[in-house]
Design a protein around this ligand. Structure first.
Ligand SMILES: CC(=O)N[C@H]1[C@@H](OP(=O)(O)OP(=O)(O)OC[C@H]2O[C@@H](n3ccc(=O)[nH]c3=O)[C@H](O)[C@@H]2O)O[C@H](CO)[C@@H](O)[C@@H]1O
Length: 377
């Protein structure tokens, strides 16, 4: 089976990585990997280097975003149209039997739309979830173009069926980012403490705060509130810069001016191992929702980006208000009951066996007549 798949940013790579591993070792598959998006941009950490270090063959690199420009709502759309055009060329050239996309990320949307138009079956990972931001619309739109679905929870599976997807092609497999957590080898705490100049025996948070595209003009105020609270509390903080969605340029400027330690993007190994040692994750990353309960720590989730998403009870939801953020972080770091509860929380997004499940389905599912979709009622 010739599969075309892609990586646009660390958010899809953390989920694609375990699947790529399974696909590469199985002679049944011939994988064509395209790398695009912010993986190619220095300011976002050039994640393409991590993909190469992991040993995956990259078959094509397609530019998507203009480097060195402010990220706006309009620039997101222009990038989307650019990658839709070059991905269409790639699909014409490669003629895959199947396209594997996922999530709610621009290049994945473009590829899904292109492939569906070209009668190439699309398997989509992690549909059916709900969030805020433009991601909410992208995710559900992709599900309507895709033919095979790999949602991460039973709730998401049911929602896809309510959206008219045929249950015979909707498989609840969990979130493959949990596979990545389970598979990542341990790095000694002292090595990390030296590298990041941090003492993990003291309260330490990891901050990832992305813009919300529907509130992009508020990004600056939103991040300043969080930064001010962290500085008032005087807790140790590591900051991973946000993605390049509209409003991100303001967030990146303020983080760089804050005096906090920041990194464009950590490699999977470092990220997971930092996570194993921090006391709480703060911000609005999907990681706080999908991954933090596997680490048994609280997540302080700020604002609307993760609105209505299924979550474990280690997540503390707060508004953009400074007093609210402060109370949330204090609870996460210093409230014994909250910390104890987080240690025992069950993660609704799975146990780390997703990639194997996905590959099993891809090897057995019939693609005969699949591109002619029927609304399931
Ligand atoms: C609104 C929203 O949630 N949007 C989507 C976005 O998440 P979102 O944009 O929140 O994702 P992030 O960029 O915060 O990070 C996600 C992943 O990157 C990894 N990581 C993070 C920082 C770092 O320095 N190094 C590193 O490897 C983490 O393991 C994590 O799994 O993409 C996810 C995966 O496509 C989707 O599930 C989310 O629905």
């Amino acid at each position: 089976m010739k599969i075309l798949t892609l990586v646009e940013r660390r958010a899809d790579y953390s989920r694609m990585r375990p699947i790529l591993k399974e696909l590469y070792i199985d002679p049944f598959f011939d994988v064509h990997l395209v790398v695009t998006g912010i993986c190619l941009l220095d300011i976002h950490g050039s994640d393409i280097d991590y993909i190469k270090e992991d040993g995956f063959k990259i078959n094509a690199q397609l530019e998507m975003f203009e480097p060195n420009t402010r990220n706006t709502n309009a620039s997101m759309v222009k990038a989307l149209s650019k990658i839709m055009s070059s991905m269409t060329d790639e699909l014409e050239k490669i003629k895959p039997d199947l396209v594997l996309t996922g999530f709610d990320i621009g290049a994945n949307l473009a590829t899904t739309i292109a492939a569906a138009h070209m009668n190439i079956p699309v398997a989509h990972i992690q549909g059916g979830e709900v969030t805020g931001s433009i991601d909410e619309s992208i995710r559900h739109a992709m599900s309507k173009f895709a033919h095979i679905h790999f949602p991460a929870t039973e709730d998401a599976r049911q929602r896809l069926i309510r959206l008219g997807e045929n249950p015979d092609y909707v498989f609840n497999v969990g979130c493959p980012s949990i596979d990545t957590i389970v598979q990542t080898p341990l790095i000694d705490k002292s090595i990390l403490e030296k590298k990041f100049n941090i003492d993990f025996s003291k309260p330490t948070i990891l901050l990832i705060q992305h813009p919300v595209t529907t509130e992009s003009s508020e990004s600056k105020r939103q991040i300043l509130n969080t930064i001010e609270v962290i500085k008032d509390l005087g807790v140790q903080a590591l900051v991973a810069l946000p993605n390049n969605d509209a409003g991100s340029s303001d967030i990146i400027d303020e983080i760089k001016n804050s005096g906090l330690s920041w990194y464009p993007s950590l490699s999977t190994e470092e990220f997971i191992n930092v996570y194993r040692n921090i006391w709480a994750i703060v911000g609005n990353s999907s990681s706080g929702i999908h991954e933090s309960s596997t680490f048994g720590i609280p997540a302080v989730n700020i604002g609307t980006r993760q609105q209505d998403r299924e979550r474990a009870d280690n997540v503390i939801d707060v508004s953009y208000d400074k007093a609210d953020i402060k109370a949330g972080i204090e609870k996460a770091l210093f409230d014994a009951d909250t910390r104890e509860k987080a240690k025992h929380t069950h993660n609704p997004y799975g146990e780390g066996e997703s990639a194997k499940e996905i590959v099993k389905v891809l090897k057995t599912v019939s693609l005969e007549g699949i591109v002619q979709k029927r609304f399931y009622e």
